[in-house]
Design a protein around this ligand. Structure first.
Ligand SMILES: [Zn+2]
Length: 287
């Protein structure tokens, strides 16, 4: 089952991370005849968010959105914006991620994305990379049981690493391009498993790393697998530095199906890739 709501269109400034991304996914669902659900928020998501983010940071975001109501789009760093109506979509992105994970839904189609947002916002990088609250990390921290977060976005989820590092109940796995933003240290430690890939990585390179990730994941055997799903690892994405194509997504969806995972949308900025990638997810993601 899938969660999506047109409220996500309201986080909206002229930017590569814009509403057309989720509209491309919505179109794929409609064209496939797949029903999605759009529940209202029934519990205050702030209590979920506070498990992952500093209270002052949460308050700062709220007051910046109040400022955006007066001034229009506000940039909190070189990459990351808030618009006048961003508060509702930000809360819904958190709420739907928590809801989807706790109810074993297939896909939370949410934005803004989350995996670059750390406990205090920025996490060892020049910007928050379009992210406000870390939807996947919040969902993991609000799940009772052992959780793996598998991040297959082009970029390393430095914010997720920041929030879940040394947490005994969570393992974070990230397969990513190492020489671009957020320029992580590429070192695995404790519960953090990094699989850095060079620029120009091929399908074969990506799949070799993913197989290592998968072996560790199978051995750990978590109660729940959350996937930070970025479609920007496809070569046609405007941010991609890989030579990979749909092969890697089909492979990941098929291999992860055994875990009955919940996918949470992160990056992906080519509308055709978002559309076709969603169709692949529906086709291959359940065993
Ligand atoms: Zn990304």
């Amino acid at each position: 089952m899938i969660l999506y709501n047109d409220v996500f269109l309201k986080h909206d400034c002229p930017h590569i991370e814009n509403k057309n991304r989720v509209l491309a996914i919505k179109k794929a669902l409609i064209d496939l005849g797949i029903k999605y659900y759009s529940p209202q928020i029934e519990e205050d998501p702030i209590k979920y968010i506070e498990k992952a983010h500093d209270k002052q940071y949460i308050e700062m975001i709220k007051s910046l959105i109040d400022m955006a109501k007066e001034m229009g789009c506000i940039y909190i760093d070189g990459d990351t914006y808030l618009s006048k109506d961003s508060w509702d979509p930000i809360l819904y992105a958190v709420y739907y991620s928590v809801y989807a994970v706790n109810n074993d839904f297939l896909f939370a189609v949410v934005r803004p994305p989350g995996h670059h947002a750390g406990k205090y916002g920025k996490a060892n990088a020049i910007s928050q990379g379009f992210c406000i609250f870390n939807n996947a990390a919040i969902a993991a921290l609000n799940y009772k049981g052992r959780v793996a977060i598998v991040d297959i976005d082009l970029h390393h989820g430095n914010g997720t690493e920041d929030i879940v590092k040394h947490n005994k109940n969570i393992r974070y796995y990230s397969i990513y391009a190492k020489d671009i933003y957020p320029l992580p240290d590429n070192k695995s430690y404790d519960n953090i498993y990094k699989y850095p890939l060079p620029i120009d990585a091929t399908n074969e390179d990506w799949i070799s790393s993913f197989d290592l990730l998968l072996a560790n994941l199978i051995e750990w055997d978590p109660d729940k697998v959350i996937v930070s799903l970025g479609f920007d690892a496809h070569k046609d994405d405007p941010l991609s530095v890989f030579r990979t194509d749909y092969t890697i997504y089909k492979y990941a969806f098929q291999k992860l199906a055994q875990f009955n995972p919940t996918y949470i949308l992160e990056g992906g900025y080519n509308y055709d890739v978002l559309y076709n990638g969603t169709k692949l997810l529906i086709k291959f993601s359940r065993s």
